[in-house]
Structure formats: structure tokens, C-alpha cells
Ligand binder design. Structure first.
Ligand code: FES
Length: 84
């Protein structure tokens, strides 16, 4: 079952699925976010999570994740989310 949630970015709102990393969903919809490794190692894709919840699907990313931030390359939305 695929669920969709609303993602609010500074550039606008998009609808994304919960079964794909946020970075992949955003790119597929023609938006861009910063990234490097795409695998949870570098922390380059970290964004501030203003509202909502994400999951790493049981995985612990290698990169340090500052408080209040998420790694968009390997996190999946659990609810509607807003990123700074
Ligand atoms: S792009 Fe490297 S941790 Fe996300």
C-alpha cells in the first residue's frame, strides 16, 4: 500500500509517497535538493524539519544528524512534513 503525504519546501508544496526517500521523490517531481553520497554517510543532504515525522526504516545513517534536522537521501515521510 502506498500512502501519499504533503511535503512543503521553501519553493512550494508537492505530494510525495511514503515508500521512497524524500530526496528521490523531490527530484522525480523536478525539484532539487543538495546531496552528495545519497547513502547516509556525508550529511550533505541534511535539512531542518519544521513539522512532521520521518523514518529511516530501521537503518541508522552513518552521518551525524544535528538536532532538528533530517537526511533527505535516506529518510521516508511518515506524515505531512515541512522542510526549511
Ligand atoms: S547525501 Fe550524503 S548523507 Fe544524504
Amino acid at each position: 500500500m502506498t500512502n501519499n503525504v504533503e511535503l512543503t519546501l521553501p519553493s512550494g508544496k508537492v505530494i510525495i509517497g511514503t515508500e521512497e526517500p524524500i530526496l528521490n521523490s523531490v527530484e522525480r517531481l523536478g525539484h532539487s535538493l543538495e546531496y552528495n553520497c545519497r547513502d547516509g554517510h556525508c550529511g550533505f543532504c541534511a535539512k531542518t524539519l519544521i513539522t512532521g515525522e520521518v523514518s529511516y526504516k530501521g537503518r541508522t545513517p552513518m552521518a551525524f544528524i544535528p538536532n532538528g534536522k533530517i537526511l533527505t537521501c535516506c529518510s521516508y515521510p511518515k506524515t505531512d512534513i515541512e522542510l526549511e
